[in-house]
Design a protein around this ligand. Structure first.
Ligand code: AMP
Ligand code: GLY
Length: 419
């Protein structure tokens, strides 16, 4: 029987651990550093930081871990996969070189241009004056992005030249986002959605399409967050859109990386916008999405552990996904999120969910009585499935209404765009 190590500590990693435990081949799932909410699902948490590669490798060797799977972007950007492989360990995730597809927007744009993949027109600048001069040519709204990881906060959609100049100054003059260069990009209009795929070079296994809700408040208003909820699959789009996305976007990108001497193993996440001219890429991530994972992975009816192992060994893989229901996930966050984290709200009532509701925990801690309390921005994600979005919403929102929400909040419109 196999032992698996999941790296990360959020609701995404809770959902990953839960899915891996369903495998008949898996006896134990560890999560480092994990969170206390995972314990009730039978996941063992290991108090090692996701960036302490030396200690993680020591642990994987001591415990004879058969497979390590990485959730978040930061360890990937810092080369966790290269380090594990150099130590002779089996790990599913992209190398540091491949992870630049997420870590550098400029690198991602270069690969997309070479691959002929549809994406917004853009230009990049290191110099504030040159960027401001370029504004003479743009039509508003326009998108200004800092290059590098910024937890969703390095992207500003500006409506006029005044706003644009302020944003450019913040990014290149005051260096508010720890960036040396910015991208000024054409604004694309349409519904956003996510296409994720398990990949080992030429082997590409697409997952069902999903849709995140990035804005903090109902009606897509307010600041960008890590994601306030998601649903999957997306019945408003053609049934073959995921396969089209693989052939027109994912495969050309993987092949272009290969031509540049970079092989890709792991999950590729294409953040897409359905424009009048078809899907265009907004961003790539090199990992599973959060909260998308909570509504996508439970749809897998075949064995996730086997799928990942077979991919790593370049053996034939088939994934079987459910096709009758829609999966809906609503994130409960601290009231002050994304501006600030908060803690101390008791979460005991979320431990007695009805059997059709699953909870994946994120920002949680324990009080002095050993009870789970909130501690962070995004606290947990509740998911359910039903034959329609309306039915799934009614189940989840009815249940949420039973809880005392002081200090916490959630969006009331998750899934509305798919109805
Ligand atoms: P990113 O960090 O590149 O994923 O951007 C964060 C969010 O900004 C996206 O989820 C979109 O909502 C929005 N965004 C980014 N680029 C564009 C674009 N070119 N056109 C319209 N919206 C965009
Ligand atoms: N849900 C967006 C992300 O994981 O980046």
């Amino acid at each position: 029987m196999a032992k698996v190590l999941v790296i990360g500590n959020g609701a995404r990693e809770h959902a990953m651990g839960r899915q891996l435990l369903l495998s008949k081949q898996v006896e134990k799932v560890y999560c480092a550093p994990g969170n206390l909410g995972m314990l009730a699902s039978g996941i063992e948490i290991v108090p090692i930081s996701e960036l302490n590669f030396e200690k993680l490798i020591e642990f994987a060797k001591e415990q004879e871990i058969d497979l390590t799977v990485v959730g978040p972007e930061l360890p990937l950007q810092q080369g966790i996969v290269d380090n594990f492989i150099a130590s002779g360990l089996n790990i599913f995730g992209p190398s540091q070189a491949a992870a630049r597809l997420e870590g550098s927007k400029e690198f991602a744009k270069k690969i997309m241009r070479e691959a002929g993949v549809p994406t917004a027109k853009y230009a990049s600048y290191q110099d504030e004056e040159a960027a401001v001069q370029a504004l003479a040519e743009v039509t508003y709204p326009v998108v200004i992005k800092s290059d590098g990881l910024a937890a969703g906060k390095g992207v500003v959609i500006v409506e006029n030249q005044k706003q644009a100049k302020i944003t450019i100054h913040q990014m290149l003059g005051e260096h508010q986002f720890d960036t040396k260069s910015i991208i000024i990009e054409e604004f694309l209009m349409g519904q956003e959605f996510s296409l994720m795929a398990f990949i080992n070079d030429d082997q590409i296994i697409p997952m069902p399409l999903s849709q995140d809700h990035k804005a903090a408040y109902d009606g897509d208003r307010g600041p960008n967050t890590g994601g306030m909820g998601a649903y999957s699959p997306l019945s408003q789009f053609p049934a073959d859109l995921a396969d089209q996305g693989v052939e027109k976007i994912i495969r050309p990108v993987i092949q272009t990386l290969q031509r540049n001497g970079i092989s890709f193993c792991g999950v590729l996440y294409a953040g897409l916008i359905m424009t009048e001219a078809g899907p265009q890429v907004i961003e790539f991530n090199v990992r599973l999405g959060d909260p998308e994972t909570a509504v996508v992975l439970p749809q897998l009816q075949s064995d996730l552990y086997e799928l990942l192992q077979r991919l790593l060994e370049h053996r034939d893989v088939e994934a079987k996904w459910q096709a009758s229901d829609v999966y809906l996930g609503v994130v409960v966050s601290s009231e002050t999120y994304p501006q600030a984290s908060a803690s101390g709200v008791e979460l005991a009532s979320f431990n007695n969910n009805p059997s059709d509701i699953t909870v994946n925990y994120a920002g949680v801690a324990q009080n002095e009585n050993g009870e789970l309390i909130s501690n962070g921005g995004r606290i947990l994600c509740l998911t359910t499935s039903a034959s329609s979005i309306a039915q799934a919403q009614s189940t989840l929102y009815y249940w949420l209404a039973q809880h005392k929400m002081t200090g916490l909040r959630y969006r009331y419109d998750i899934g509305d765009k798919g109805k």
